[in-house]
Design a protein around this ligand. Structure first.
Ligand SMILES: [Zn+2]
Length: 143
């Protein structure tokens, strides 16, 4: 027996890619980001007495984290000094990534955040999918 539940969350944010990249994403732009977070029952675990693998209400903690740190903010690489300086000097909401804030890195970061907030003895986050556009997805799967 295996169950997974999946929750979609959305936010608006700007980013650009500056390191080792010369395509159009080097220019500052924004997306309506969509992430799908998947939680699975750990091996040998069963649905709870209510028949749930994970109460969808528990995902609100992840949504709140995203709203606080990313929504209507700038997702910026730590080496993007010019933009980072401007953001700080102008009191703009931003979140610093150790590398380019790609969909892949955003999925990886969100996986870690969601795992911290949602993992318990019965369930664990197993997958995060992040989309910049309806046609593009990056997938991060935990071990
Ligand atoms: Zn982009």
């Amino acid at each position: 027996m295996s169950f997974r539940v999946q929750k979609e969350i959305r936010w608006e944010a700007a980013h650009r890619l500056i390191k080792g990249y010369s395509g159009k994403c080097q220019f500052l732009h924004g997306h309506s980001w969509v992430a799908r977070i998947t939680v699975e029952l750990r091996p040998g675990q069963e649905l709870d007495a209510a028949g749930l693998a994970k109460d969808f209400g528990e995902f609100k903690a992840v949504q709140q984290w995203v709203e606080e740190h990313w929504d209507h903010g700038a997702l910026v690489a730590q080496d993007d000094r010019a933009w980072l300086t401007w953001l700080r000097e102008n009191g703009q909401k931003h979140f610093v990534f150790p590398d380019n804030p790609t969909s892949e890195r955003i999925a990886e970061t969100l996986f870690c955040v969601a795992a911290e907030l949602l993992n318990d003895e019965r369930c664990r986050v197993c997958r995060v999918v992040v989309s910049e556009t309806p046609a593009n997805e990056a997938v991060y799967e935990g071990k």
